[in-house]
Ligand binder design. Structure first.
Ligand code: RP5
Length: 167
């Protein structure tokens, strides 16, 4: 459980080796003050654990699940099959196919069981999207997201000041 309070987002990854690629999701949520929980569970190596996790998530107070995996990345889809909470999939570039396999496996869900798939290694956006979903009913969080956008825009302006100009 997060030090900030009861977790509302679960970040789950298929292997410990995914951790460096999934860390930006946690960083984004930390930055926005969203309490979250991080764990490893595998759709193939610990299928019963994944089902149990997904089935109990809503009751535990979780509101969004972020699932990252590489290769034959079925984690997000299997979780989505076991819960009606919003599931965000992160295809991880851990295989010889550089994540293209994970992207297709995560995104190409059958009609009726959606997974919102971000880019290959797009864990930061997954964190931001989870926050945006929560911000639908949280004005303070929405304001923090707006502030983040302002800062991003300011950095672009600064970059233009450094690189751009009349020549
Ligand atoms: C996937 O296989 C994991 O999500 C990871 O990206 C990949 C390799 O896992 P390890 O063999 O490194 O544990 O299930």
């Amino acid at each position: 459980m997060s030090e900030a309070g009861r977790p509302v987002v679960l970040i789950v990854m298929g292997s410990e080796t995914d951790a460096p690629k999934m860390e930006p999701a946690s960083e984004a949520l930390k930055r926005l003050g969203v309490p979250h929980e991080v764990m490893v569970a595998s759709a193939h190596r610990t299928p019963a654990r994944v089902a149990e996790l997904a089935q109990g998530a809503r009751e535990r107070g979780l509101r969004v699940i972020i699932a990252g995996a590489g290769g034959a990345a079925h984690l997000a889809g299997v979780i989505a099959a076991h819960t009606t909470l919003p599931v965000i999939g992160v295809p991880v570039s851990s295989s010889p196919l550089s994540g293209l396999d994970a992207l297709l496996a995560t995104a190409q869900m059958p009609s009726g069981v959606p997974v919102a798939t971000v880019a290959i290694d797009g864990a930061r956006n997954a964190g931001l999207l989870a926050a945006a979903i929560l911000a639908v009913r949280d004005e303070m969080l929405a304001e923090r997201l707006t502030q983040l956008r302002r800062e991003m825009a300011a950095r672009v302006e600064e970059a233009s000041g450094r690189v751009g100009g009349t020549r």
